[in-house]
Design a protein around this ligand. Structure first.
Ligand code: 5GP
Length: 200
């Protein structure tokens, strides 16, 4: 069957619970790799450099872009975020599914560059729930929360451009649905051309 891993764009507004879904998915499904992005934003409490993000300066970020070392990049709420290209191809060649947890501008860039990718958009059950989650997190100032809520509405409007949506109301069902999407994608005939050809 298909030897190469999937490239998965995983987007959704801040507070939709993307991190939680991915953390649980990776506990349940071995063989999934999560790309570690570079960002110019400051680390939040508890975030580790090299694990959550590569926290870098704007100068370093611009240099990486100039050297063509980012698969995609975008500015979001005043900070730059980008996906370092290097590990992605290697992981896919090893047969691992690679997940890019990125916002919608980056998602659109990946769709253009890698049309074979699949895209999943995570939604909260409602905007009220999203706002509550952002406030409960307590990691951002009121100003940042307002910016993120405004950004969330704009992002949600882009959900229709994605292949799948995932409503993160209850964690376990959402994780199971995501695992199901990945499994089904691997069974697509176009991804298994070589297997069929070898059989013939
Ligand atoms: P946060 O600051 O909350 O960690 O992330 C803000 C937004 O940036 C989230 O929607 C997150 O998915 C997105 N993001 C994280 N890494 C990247 C990246 O490498 N590229 C792009 N385009 N967006 C990213």
């Amino acid at each position: 069957m298909s030897a190469e891993g999937l490239l998965v764009v995983f987007s959704g507004p801040s507070g939709a619970g993307k991190d939680t879904v991915l953390k649980r998915l990776m506990e349940k499904e071995p063989g999934i790799r999560l790309s570690v992005s570079a960002t110019t934003r400051s680390p939040r409490e508890g975030e580790k450099d090299g694990t959550d993000y590569h926290f870098i300066s704007r100068e370093r970020f611009d240099a990486l872009v100039a050297e063509d070392k980012m698969l995609e990049y975008a500015e979001y709420c005043g900070n730059c975020y980008g996906t370092p290209s290097e590990p992605i191809e290697k992981w896919q060649a090893e047969g691992c599914d690679v997940i890019l947890e990125i916002e919608v501008q980056g998602g659109a860039q990946i769709k253009k560059k890698c049309p074979d990718c699949i895209s999943i958009f995570v939604l909260p059950p409602s905007l009220e729930v999203l706002e509550n989650r952002l406030r409960r997190r307590g990691t951002e100032s009121e100003d940042v929360i307002c910016k993120r809520l405004a950004a969330a509405k704009e992002e949600i409007a882009q959900a229709l451009h994605y292949d799948y949506i995932l409503v993160n109301d209850d964690l376990e069902p959402a994780v199971d649905q995501m695992a199901g999407i990945l499994r089904a994608e691997k069974q697509r005939a176009v991804r298994n051309k070589e297997f069929i050809e070898r059989m013939l």
